[in-house]
Write a protein that binds this ligand. Structure first.
Ligand code: CA
Ligand code: CA
Ligand code: CA
Ligand code: CA
Length: 268
């Protein structure tokens, strides 16, 4: 009954801070913009006018769930959403987004994104992310939490390739761009890189899935991280990570998947 009910979670004295309803929200900073949809997740990330990202979505699985569920307003209550301008002396654009979801049973998931663009034409941008998962119930709670991301660098996927190193850093390249994501803390329980559509299907089908440790991919690359943990009553689990887009290093051009032909089934 409370699904999609919007409650303003804060009123901030900052001059550019606002409370907003669910739907689509756009962050902007310097040469970059990023769009987030409360019904799915992040739906684009433009750098110098080129969209680099097809999707970023979070999923969760509680002890009694029989499949993974998306962290969005279709599966959880959206309790609040908040945007703010964290560098108001640089511009007047909102560049940070906080969203608060809960399951009505003690699980609360807060996601915070902060966008920093680079100078025009630099092909540089950065997205800092923090996810706070709280157990507000009176009993311990076992959870699996997933991050799924599907970059299509340079606006296309056929020339992309990537790998995961050290269990906590994902890298993806094409002829023009490179993106890396480092999980600052805590290290994931599992990871997987592979065909983005197949990986999205893993997280959206009706079965329980765990990531298989595949550490590289080519073509329509996507990747995911998984964290398994148990929260005591009142405890929180905090994931901090950062994504950075830069121009492709020349040494990585050889990884380009020349000659790949692919037709892609886009998700609705
Ligand atoms: Ca700003
Ligand atoms: Ca590409
Ligand atoms: Ca599944
Ligand atoms: Ca991709």
């Amino acid at each position: 009954m409370f699904r999609n009910t919007i409650v303003a979670i804060a009123s901030c004295a900052g001059m550019a801070s606002v409370t907003l309803a669910g739907g689509t929200h756009v962050l902007a900073d310097a040469n970059s913009t990023a769009t987030f949809d409360t019904n799915t997740g992040q739906v684009d990330w433009l750098v110098d006018g080129v969209n680099q990202l097809f999707a970023q979505e979070f999923y969760f699985r509680r002890a009694n769930d029989t499949q993974e569920l998306g962290v969005n307003a279709n599966n959880l209550n959206l309790d609040g959403i908040f945007t703010t301008d964290t560098n108001p002396f640089s511009d007047n654009n909102v560049d940070a987004l906080s969203q608060l979801y809960s399951d009505g049973n003690g699980l609360q998931i807060e996601t915070i994104f902060t966008l920093r663009g680079g100078t025009a034409g630099s092909a540089n941008a950065d997205l800092a992310e923090q996810i706070i998962i709280r157990n507000n119930s009176n009993a311990s709670m076992s959870l699996s939490f997933f991050q799924f991301v599907d970059f299509d660098l340079g606006g296309d996927f056929s020339d992309d390739s990537g790998d995961i190193i050290n269990g906590n850093t994902a890298r993806q390249f094409d002829n023009d761009f490179s993106v890396s994501e480092t999980v600052v803390t805590p290290s994931p329980t599992a990871f997987q890189m592979g065909n983005a559509v197949a990986m999205s299907d893993l997280l959206n089908d009706g079965n329980i899935d765990n990531l298989d440790g595949t550490a590289s991919g080519i073509g329509d690359v996507g990747w995911a991280f998984q964290w398994d943990f148990t929260l005591a009553a009142g405890e929180a689990f905090i994931i901090t990570k950062d994504k950075s887009i830069v121009p492709a290093p020349a040494s990585m051009l050889l990884l380009g998947a020349a000659g790949l032909t692919a037709s892609r089934r886009r998700r609705s």
